[in-house]
Design a binder for this molecule. Structure first.
Ligand SMILES: CCCCCCCCCCCCC/C=C/[C@@H](O)[C@H](COP(=O)(O)O)NC(C)=O
Ligand SMILES: Nc1ncnc2c1ncn2[C@@H]1O[C@H](COP(=O)(O)OP(=O)(O)O)[C@@H](O)[C@H]1O
Ligand SMILES: [Ca+2]
Length: 563
């Protein structure tokens, strides 16, 4: 949350020269933290006592070394065969035979988008030019968090089927400029990436994974990596009380899907170039993951939306409309809204510690979030267990029964272009909790008001039929469960009528009659069971991201690099 400190004065310049930039003399300085250049032909007036002077002063630029993408010696005055264009011939004839180098660096633009900007600096002789290139490269080589070798998976059918083109045109050139080597796999079927990661991939060869696709594709890669990590460490993921081993490799997401909420909620935009640059600079954002079990069988992991009722039904309907691309969610959304089905069941949950806040906090999770840096609340559960007190029976669990239009859980905001603040606007990426949102039966009109508030600034939780809880674990049992809760059916006074229909549904699994059940939408996959147990695993995975930056971060002085 903290505003980054202003750049420190360059106490120990590693290199300082007068170089020419667009035919003007600039004093160029490299320190271990910044590359800066200042036009010395127009000396700006200082307006305050600060040694930085007015940082907006014309001609002063600071680029943090950690945001430099690459440095290259520039070939002057020759046709650039790569792009088939001639470079601009300098006006000043004296400059035409000079040596130059080009530094590419991150430039922030509105809406959290990053772009690759360049500055070309001319030197009087080649030795000086090489000295500069070498000095900058040396500083870059000290940034050991940057990945050098990546394994890339592309889903050619995600979103609008543009994954391959997006990767080739926008991302691969950035990786090659940053000297990142890649192995690229274009998937041939669903679960290809997951299975490859689970069993075949030689993960030791890589510093990270890249997923080109949507939330479904990300989910595949996450499943492959988590399962592989547990198997390699001898951890049984079927046991719902296991402490899972965090994954070592970071995952980068190049958005090319329908919803792209994991990317949007961790980076602030769904822009392929921005994501590629976050990978290049080696960002790292830990992220919570929910594990979902049915009795003692592992079903799936979830990071974004785990939704029963409305979002489950939207997904079930939209799967038949995949050919429509992203628009399928709008059509199925309207259809599901009109059907206005509600489902009965019981939710039990273990509330999170108070110090992590509540789902209605005004405070949102942003880059460097203080709540996510707290010692993890998650660990408390295991401590309680070890000391013999069973948290499950000591009264901490709360139980809610009712008729629900929607039951949603999200361990992050789920912000996406459709809903910029997300399903759970105050959920934290890495605090070990999920926000549980219960929407009880209400009128169609009220439900519509609630849904529409996801798309504007109004508070979607400010309705009498909506309840929200911040939880570490929860369970759901539908009132009329298949197979194992005949007893509950009888206890609950289940009418012969209900039993009759639940019987029909059991015998005709394809029947979409939803008297008793909806399905869970788990990050865009349909789960086979309605009765589930869910637990949040704090910071189980890491992404090449940094969380959403506060707007002030890309105000001065950090934007001074803009030319
Ligand atoms: C009638 C008006 C309705 C407006 C409701 C707007 C609410 C939007 C909240 C969206 C939350 C999305 C959470 C992300 C879910 C993804 O995991 C999943 C799968 O995404 P994918 O297809 O793989 O990109 N997408 C959906 C829509 O279920
Ligand atoms: N080559 C492939 N052919 C068919 N399906 C695939 C392929 N590769 C991945 N998938 C599956 O496609 C599904 C949707 O992919 P995703 O990239 O999330 O796009 P969208 O956001 O449009 O749903 C994922 O669940 C993934 O498992
Ligand atoms: Ca969380």
């Amino acid at each position: 949350m903290d505003k980054p400190p202003p750049p420190k004065p360059p106490l120990l310049p590693l290199l300082c020269s007068q170089l020419s930039l667009q035919h003007r003399v600039n004093e160029v300085t490299l320190t271990s933290a910044f590359l800066s250049w200042r036009d010395v032909e127009t000396r700006p007036k200082r307006t305050s006592g600060s040694i930085y002077g007015p940082l907006k002063a014309a001609g002063s630029h600071y680029v943090p070394v950690c945001e430099i993408i690459s440095v290259q010696e520039t070939e002057e005055d020759c046709p650039n065969t790569d792009v088939g264009k001639w470079q601009k011939v300098p006006h000043n004839p004296a400059e035409s035979n000079q040596h130059a180098f080009t530094v590419s660096y991150v430039e922030r633009t509105p809406k959290h988008r990053w772009r690759c900007s360049e500055v070309t600096l001319h030197c009087t002789d080649r030795t000086l030019c090489l000295q500069w290139v070498q000095a900058i490269r040396e500083q870059l080589s000290l940034l050991t968090i940057r990945p050098k070798r990546l394994l890339v998976y592309i889903n050619p059918y995600g979103g609008k089927h543009r994954g391959k083109r997006i990767y080739e045109q926008k991302v691969a050139p950035i990786f090659s400029r940053a000297s990142i080597s890649t192995d690229v796999i274009v998937t041939e079927r669903a679960n290809h990436a997951r299975d490859h990661l689970k069993t075949e991939a030689d993960l030791k060869k890589y510093d990270g994974l890249v997923c080109v696709g949507g939330d479904g594709m990300f989910s595949e890669i996450m499943h492959g990596l988590i399962s592989r990590t547990q198997r390699d460490s001898g951890v049984d993921q079927d046991r719902s009380d296991e402490t899972l081993i965090p994954c070592g490799l970071r995952i980068g997401i190049i958005p090319a899907g329908s919803t792209d909420c994991v990317c949007y909620a961790t980076v602030g935009s769904n822009d392929p170039v921005t994501s590629a640059l976050h990978i290049v600079v080696g960002d790292s954002q830990p992220m919570d993951v929910c594990s979902i079990h049915h009795n003692n069988t592992f079903l799936r992991y979830s990071v974004s939306l785990l939704g029963y009722g409305f979002y489950g039904d939207v997904l079930t309907d939209s799967e038949r409309k995949r050919w429509m691309g992203p628009a399928r969610y709008d059509i199925s959304g309207v259809k599901t809204f009109l059907s206005h089905r509600y489902y009965e069941g019981t939710i039990s949950f273990l509330p999170a510690d108070e110090n992590v806040g509540t789902p209605r906090d005004k405070l949102q999770c942003r880059a460097g979030c203080n709540i996510c840096r707290l010692p993890t609340a998650d660990k408390q559960v295991y401590k309680d267990k070890e000391s013999g007190s069973d948290t499950e029976t000591d009264g901490a669990w709360q139980v809610i029964r009712g008729k629900f239009l929607a039951i949603n859980a999200a361990c992050m905001s789920c912000a996406c272009p459709r809903s910029p603040k997300g399903l759970a606007p105050s959920a934290h990426l890495a605090d070990g909790t999920a926000d549980l949102i219960l929407v009880r039966k209400c009128t169609r009109f009220d439900f519509l008001r609630h849904l529409l508030r996801h798309t504007n600034k109004d508070d979607q939780f400010d309705h009498p039929f909506v309840e929200v809880y911040r939880v570490r674990q929860f369970r759901f049992t539908p009132r009329y469960e298949d197979g194992d809760s005949e007893l509950e059916l009888r206890e609950a006074g289940g009418s012969g009528h209900a039993r009759f229909f639940s019987q029909i549904c059991r015998e005709h699994p394809a029947c979409t009659c939803s008297l008793a059940h909806s399905s869970w939408n788990c990050d865009g996959e349909i789960l086979p069971h309605a009765a589930i147990q869910v637990r949040v695993h704090c910071q189980l995975i890491k992404l090449f991201a940094r969380g959403i930056e506060e707007q002030s971060v890309f105000e001065e002085p950090y934007a001074l690099g803009a030319m």
